[in-house]
Design a binder for this molecule. Structure first.
Ligand code: AMP
Length: 397
């Protein structure tokens, strides 16, 4: 690991790729500044060394040209307040103003470049574009874990221009250390709790975790493909017909490897995908036609909580039901509480994915989790065993 705490950046101009992809409301006000706040330790470390900072970031998915809705303008006053420093905001990436501002940038000063995704070259990982970015500074730090699974110019290509001066930021370093701990030095019993809508998006993570975990809890819509694969009746629940065979193979693999698989035994079923519909609690493998399972039932909540509370290592990704609707949020809430309480009793817990993190925040439980990942997609890909381009680019010689 090339750690920034082992380096003194005094007198340098340091390019830092940060994740400022924050949610904005219709008035373009920041509604959750977590990502900005979490990038402050790295920025402050570099500034405190006596260096200048050039920040590179993106916001949303503009179509490849300037769009006011995706401008980083709202970030400027907020970041300035958080750092208690002036921010130089340059809109024209390689215009004379930016080049001049970078050239005369002094220690302690900060430039924020406009949304890099206004340039298609960013997403294409364009070498010339990366080279121009690189020419603005003399060291490169990647601290944008949430985009490190993308091979973009500012997350990957740029690193090749700093063979001796490229580093992981503190946030990225922390994410990787926690994920490595999960994958390679987890204390048993290790329980993975996987939920969400579709099996298809979680097949690779489940496969990669089978040799590592003791218990696999599967909830959410995806559980019904497993229940059907095992001969259950799932009515109108969410099903991926073309994944039934894969689900069956995964169940066999878990049996072979001695992994205990826990599927919901009861479910909250509804006659419509709505909060105002009729609902009942039934056995999860005996759902009548016209009815769909939208949450795990109370017996499953209790059983899952017992398994979670007896674990030393926990990984949770994906909701247990349609938690966006009040009537079907109980399963997700009960898993959130169980993971937090197991952590208080000494377990190591890792939670990732937008919905699971949102549920933790909703119940004010985030502080009670050992590690809440800032990157949903990046965390999943890491746990699938993939090498993230943003990580590889720093490690490459
Ligand atoms: P994912 O992005 O695959 O993690 O899926 C998250 C979504 O799955 C959430 O929006 C949930 O509402 C949805 N979900 C969870 N359980 C179910 C279910 N039983 N039926 C339909 N959708 C579900």
């Amino acid at each position: 690991m090339k750690k920034i705490n082992d380096v003194n950046f005094k007198g340098k101009k340091v390019l830092i790729r940060v994740d400022f992809n924050v949610p904005l409301n219709h008035n373009r006000q920041i509604t959750d500044d977590t990502r900005i706040v979490e990038s402050l330790p790295t920025i402050n470390k570099v500034l405190n060394d006596g260096a200048a900072v050039i920040l590179m970031a993106h916001l949303g998915r503009p179509k490849g040209g300037y769009e006011e809705d995706y401008s980083l303008t709202p970030i400027v006053p907020h970041l300035s307040k958080l750092l208690n420093r002036n921010i130089i905001f340059t809109r024209d990436l390689f215009g004379q103003k930016t080049v001049d501002a970078a050239a005369i940038l002094k220690p302690g000063e900060i430039i924020l470049l406009e949304n890099l995704r206004f340039y298609p070259e960013e997403i294409n990982g364009d070498v010339e574009f990366a080279k121009k970015l690189a020419s603005l500074g003399d060291a490169y730090i990647n601290d944008a874990f949430g985009t490190s699974h993308r091979e973009h110019a500012s997350t990957a290509t740029i690193a090749r221009f700093f063979p001796k001066a490229k580093y992981f930021g503190l946030l990225l370093e922390n994410e990787i250390q926690n994920l490595e701990k999960l994958l390679h030095s987890a204390q048993a019993p290790f329980t993975a709790i996987i939920g969400g809508a579709k099996v298809s998006s979680k097949i690779d993570i489940i496969k990669n975790l089978i040799p590592k975990v003791d218990n696999m809890i599967i909830g959410g819509g995806m559980a019904f493909t497993f229940i059907k694969a095992l001969g259950g009746k799932v009515g109108n629940s969410l099903i991926e017909e073309d994944k039934i065979d894969v689900a069956r193979e995964m169940v066999q693999e878990m049996m072979l490897k001695g992994v205990n698989l826990y599927l919901p035994t009861d479910a909250v079923i509804s006659d419509a995908f709505s909060n105002d519909s009729h609902f009942h609690i039934v056995s999860a493998d005996d759902i009548k036609e016209e009815w769909m399972g939208l949450d795990i039932g109370p017996k499953s909540c209790k059983r899952f909580a017992e398994i979670i509370n007896n674990s030393q290592t926990l990984l949770w990704n994906g909701p247990m039901g349609v938690f966006e609707m009040d009537r079907f949020k109980q399963g997700t809430k009960s898993v959130a509480i169980a993971v937090a309480s197991a952590t208080i009793s000494g377990a190591f817990s890792a939670v990732g994915g937008g919905d699971s993190v949102a549920a933790l925040n909703q119940y004010n439980l985030s502080d009670q989790i050992s590690y809440v990942s800032t990157g949903g997609g990046a965390m999943l890909e890491y746990l699938e065993g993939k090498v993230l381009p943003g990580v590889k680019a720093i490690l490459d010689k």
